[in-house]
Design a protein around this ligand. Structure first.
Ligand code: XIL
Length: 299
């Protein structure tokens, strides 16, 4: 196959990309994104601050620009993200307790209703665990509403759009030996045992010298899949874009039947949130990097 998306489709998977609405006027960007990928995640446009800037006033302008571009170009769409400590609008940052809990549920209902039946996977909850060795939840206004905030979000999400796969998404959870990975594993196992609706786990996979790729990532994916959830690589970028690491990540996904696909977090290095890491598959001029060829050959 000659594109990443077509190559991934041969095994029933997708190869996706984060798309930013403000790049859709860049002809080089658009031609690469349209040609190479068959899944799209909005990089920022479906987040809480973008979709509900004022309480009770939803705004889907930028989100719909990304969504409509994706669908018009034949791509599936991953939804990102509904409940998160970051990129909250000011009104939500200042809420707490039962008012915040209700606002979270209202937000899930508002956004998921707008896209009901149109989103393959939703990142319902993003980044709820703390970094480091504690295995604890991250402190946040949402966490302070009660430890059950994550399951409340997933139950609301299932009711709002029963057709979407509901994912928990996080970073630094790829290495099986990390405490954060074990904490996330215990939560997913508990949810499955108690019937809390969860369908998938997203591994952001922002690899860099501080949080490097480890070959036990495949074990992690396998162990989560064995709990009865799908898995996905949701925001892949790798400092320096070494071809061998990119190929390893793709091979890890392909080795796990419940791995749905891989999404890279941007098109060209200049589009990356960590552009100084030159972590992506395309040079700034739009030409293919060695890692691109490594990924295509691995798929
Ligand atoms: C990042 C975007 O790429 C940036 O443009 C934005 O300024 C901050 O957020 N984990 C996530 C993504 O789940 O939403 C983040 O995206 C990167 C880390």
């Amino acid at each position: 196959e000659s594109t990443l998306g077509a190559a991934a489709a041969q095994s029933g998977r997708y190869f996706g990309v984060a798309v930013a609405a403000n790049r859709l006027s860049d002809a080089t960007y658009v031609s690469i994104a349209a040609r190479e990928f068959n899944s799209v995640t909005a990089e920022n446009e479906m987040k809480i601050d973008a979709t509900q800037p004022q309480r009770g006033q939803f705004n889907f302008q930028a989100a719909d620009r990304v969504y409509n571009w994706a669908v018009q170009n034949g791509k599936e769409v991953r939804g990102h993200t509904l409940a998160w400590h970051s990129q909250q609008p000011g009104w939500m940052q200042s809420l707490s307790g039962s008012a915040l809990r209700q606002a979270m549920i209202d937000h899930i209902n508002g956004v998921m209703s707008h896209y009901r039946g149109k989103i393959t996977q939703w990142d319902v909850v993003n980044e709820a665990f703390a970094d480091g060795s504690s295995g604890a939840r991250r402190d946040s206004n949402l966490q302070r509403t009660g430890n059950d905030w994550i399951e409340a979000a997933f139950r609301a999400a299932r009711a709002a759009d029963p057709s979407a796969k509901l994912c928990y998404n996080d970073y630094n959870v790829e290495d099986w030996t990390w405490a954060k990975t074990q904490a996330m594993y215990a939560m997913v196992r508990d949810f499955k045992q108690r019937g809390v609706p969860i369908d998938c786990v997203g591994f952001q996979s922002h690899f860099n010298s501080g949080s490097p790729y480890n070959s036990n990532f495949r074990t992690t994916l396998q162990n989560f899949a064995a709990l009865g959830v799908d898995v996905a690589v949701t925001e892949l970028d790798i400092q320096g874009a070494p071809s061998s690491t990119y190929a390893s990540v793709v091979n890890d996904c392909l080795a796990v039947s419940r791995c749905l696909g891989v999404t890279v977090w941007g098109v060209r290095d200049s589009d990356s949130w960590r552009s100084e890491h030159t972590p992506l598959l395309f040079y700034n001029d739009g030409s293919k990097k060695p890692a691109y060829t490594a990924v295509l050959n691995a798929l």
